[in-house]
Design a protein around this ligand. Structure first.
Ligand SMILES: Nc1ncnc2c1ncn2[C@@H]1O[C@H](COP(=O)(O)OP(=O)(O)O)[C@@H](O)[C@H]1O
Ligand SMILES: [Mg+2]
Length: 438
């Protein structure tokens, strides 16, 4: 039995004992007071009667006895000191048993008085005896009544108490069993949940190890392919290739690049989801940072004949992990590059400050834009606008979700500006900056 269950059973037992005890105590008191009241009333009646007898003329006594409450319900008798019945009610309670042979007669003649429960002639009786001191002698006043008759109220109350106590005990027990059962099933569920959580944590750990292993093992051959295709494309190393060979090697090189990007994206998405990606924040000069990012993307833009312009309305620095924010901007620009027209494509990078002093980055293009119905899903993992586009551009649908997680990790947010109608315009914010409006 574990500690909690032991405590529950203990508390339950205490509750049962306490409630039964309290009920029994109060009921016992109530019943006892009924009993005591019955006895007191009888004693008082007998007392009163003895006074009447003492004061009154004997021939009036009979009338007093038979009209008195006691006389109507009991055998009431007055005996002289020799045991002769002076007067008595016409009662058949004792079946002709001689009154003078009873102990209570002797007690009364000895000057005693009181009441008690006694078995007379095989029947349980409630008897009262009282000495009446007459001028020259002592009389005995005896009042005898069947016990059941006298204490019917007491007996009823007693059996009601017993029934109540039994019922309450039963109810509390049933309730306790119910609570114990509920507790057990909750406990079982908690145990199952605990096991499930442990399994999930283990599975996650294994997923992490698997992700890093896959990423490493896939990257290694990709790097080898990339360096050999680079060498093949350099005429100084293996000599010139003919046109077909060069096309083929170039295709291998492009695909390897995509493969590398995909491996990086999958691993990044995993780390971001697990919150295990550590940001290395520093203050970066906004102007240099944008120039550097554009510089790295220039070969791609030149290749597609696309121009990139900047619209930077602030100066100063932003605190961020420059590698990761550069990754966000590159992802957005690469997306734009996929969609802008080959000749006449235009991409703009803007930076400004909003009313909450966040740095707001904007990457806009003059491509087809994003259809309205896809806008709310764009930042979900693996979401792509139509299968054709993914095949056409070779994406995985991870790019924008990674952008979103990276920006959120910096405390910012990212969205598509739907008010922009000349193409697509993505915006994201970064807090924590020392920027001034130019
Ligand atoms: N500049 C853009 N113009 C039009 N559509 C875009 C643009 N950027 C993203 N999209 C749409 O959003 C989808 C999700 O983008 P992303 O998460 O980067 O995935 P991927 O580029 O791998 O397809 C893309 O499939 C594309 O259809
Ligand atoms: Mg993309």
């Amino acid at each position: 039995m574990n500690k909690d269950r032991f405590l529950l059973v203990f508390v339950f037992l205490i509750v049962v004992i306490a409630s039964v005890g309290i009920i029994a105590y109060f009921s016992q008191n109530a019943v006892e007071s009924i009993r005591q009241t019955t006895i007191d009333r009888r004693n008082a009646d007998v007392d009163n009667l003895s006074i009447i007898i003492k004061e009154a003329n004997p021939h009036l006594v009979n009338k007093a006895i038979s009209t008195n409450y006691l006389g109507m319900h009991s055998l009431v008798a007055i005996l002289d000191s020799n045991g002769n019945v002076i007067t008595s009610t016409n009662n058949t309670i004792l079946n002709n048993i001689s009154l003078k042979k009873l102990d209570i007669f002797k007690q009364a003649i000895n000057g005693e008085m009181g009441s008690k429960i006694e078995t007379i002639g095989g029947t349980k009786m409630f008897v009262s005896y009282h000495a009446i001191q007459m001028p020259t002698t002592t009389w005995a006043l005896l009042v005898i009544r069947p016990y059941d008759d006298s204490f019917s109220a007491y007996e009823t109350a007693k059996s009601q108490v017993i029934v109540t106590v039994v019922l309450v005990t039963l109810l509390v027990t049933i309730f306790g069993l119910y609570v114990t059962r509920a507790y057990n099933s909750i406990n079982d569920l908690a145990k199952k949940l605990d096991i499930a959580i442990k399994e999930l944590i283990q599975a996650d750990k294994e997923k992490g190890e698997f992700a890093s292993m896959v990423s490493h093992d896939l990257r290694t051959p990709a790097v080898v392919i990339k360096s050999y295709t680079g060498m093949l494309l350099d005429p100084k190393i293996y000599g010139s290739l003919n046109e077909d060979q060069e096309k083929a090697v170039q295709a291998i090189s492009n695909s390897t690049q995509k493969l590398e990007t995909l491996i990086d994206d999958i691993f990044d998405a995993y780390k971001l989801e697990m919150k295990s990606l550590k940001l290395e924040k520093e203050d970066i000069d906004i102007s240099n940072f944008i120039q550097q990012t554009i510089f790295e993307l220039t070969p791609l833009c030149v290749k597609k004949g696309v121009s990139i312009t900047t619209n930077i309305k602030v100066k100063g620095s932003v605190s961020c992990d420059s590698k990761r924010i550069s990754q966000v901007i590159s992802n957005l620009i690469k997306n734009s590059l996929d969609f802008v027209p080959t000749k006449g494509g235009q991409i703009t990078i803007g930076v400004e400050k909003d009313e909450n002093s966040n740095a707001v980055f904007t990457i806009s293009d003059n491509g087809p834009g994003v259809p309205q119905e896809h806008v709310e899903h764009l930042f979900k993992k693996f979401y792509q606008v139509g299968k054709i586009s993914s095949k056409q551009y070779g994406g995985s649908g991870l790019g924008l979700s990674i952008c979103s997680l990276l920006v959120q990790a910096h405390g910012g947010k990212i969205w598509l500006d739907t008010s922009y109608t000349e193409g697509a315009s993505f915006k994201f914010t970064l807090p924590d900056n020392k920027l001034e409006q130019i």
